[in-house]
Design a protein. Sequence first.
Length: 444
Amino acid sequence: MKLGGRVQAAIDVLTDIETQHTPATDALRDWGKAHRFAGSKDRSFIGNVVHDALRQKSSLGWKMGADTPRAIALGNMVLNWGITVDNLKAAFADDVHAPKPLTAAEDKALRSGGQSLDLAPDWVRADIPEWIWPAFEANFDEDAVAEGQAMATRPPLDLRVNTIKMTPQAALEKLSEFNIGPSPIVPTGLRFDAPAAEGRLPNVQPEAIFQTGGVEIQDEGSQIAALLVNAKPGETVLDFCAGGGGKSLALAADMQNTGKIYAYDVDKRRLAPIYQRMLRAGATNIEVVEPPEGNLRRLKGKMDKVLIDAPCTGAGTWRRRPDAKWRLSEDTLQMRNNQQRKVLESAHEFVKDGGLLIYVTCSLLAEENEAQVYAFLEEHPEFQILSAGEVWEDKFGTDGPKPWSADGCTVTLTPASTNTDGFFFSVMEKGGIDANKGYRPEDD
């Protein structure tokens, strides 16, 4: 495909996303099926334009004077990718599949850089939906715009080395043909930095090291959340919202494949990938418990640690799924809040006296994070909050990136502070006999 045809394809996909409310991955897949002549480089190019335009939909729309699919696609190509207006016009003139010629207003905006963002509202500069901006700003105060702008950048690709099978150094050697290096924070992580413009991240899934369980694809923020659980060899852990099992697998390695991890999810379909992943990783200390919840009854009051990776809006993953932030609604947020309360109410019964209840989300919204934790604590005085920051410092030190903490106890990872997806992490102890038992790093 020529450049003009690629740009028109991106506009078509963006139009499908806007008018039909189709998730971006589905819209791109559907376009690919309907245009099988397009090669892998074409599809990658189109996907990059679509995702980059959605990441900065508000700010590009402001600069261009319109946030239509055409405007943000063209704005991304010139203002972000550096393609010149003259090259774009030449490409359109040379391709019958290209978009219509640039209008005078488009030409002017693209050549001048468009309207200055200095005059734009903060929510536009931050590329955060207007209706959620007051809550986002209240959470991050004077850093809210910078946090939103970091969320509008491309994410890296992170791998977790499965220490059941190999060391990080051995994994690096096996992946030496790629441009990969150690993760900035997690000692058992590897990172491919995000490429620019037309660049593509490598596909590691066909590689032998992935197929044989040496590495898993997992954002560093998710890896950090698993490490902050501070799961120890021999313990019993319930992963109450296990999904595909990413955190269960990370916990298995952290526990040196000893003890017991019970992986449960209310949706059996979400658990489907975990079986093959367990086999590939060699994780023998995981037992999958399928719904209904009654199958967990034997575990009530017996768990050293219960991990809740709660259902949430996914606001912390907007770098990877930028279309989701424009689909988010107040009704969806309320639905997730209700689910979070129900999950907390169900899961806490499995914690033994002196055990820990760990609540995690991939959200940056206080309604899903601190508000849920403190509401739960008010209703359950047998639990008290502990400091996750101390374990952070023990595991990752004090000289590197530092996460947010609104209260000195909980931890919030963000693209701006830790260059990870957004994750909220909190830990509560049942009983309060020894507020640090089983958690403080010096007990290791």
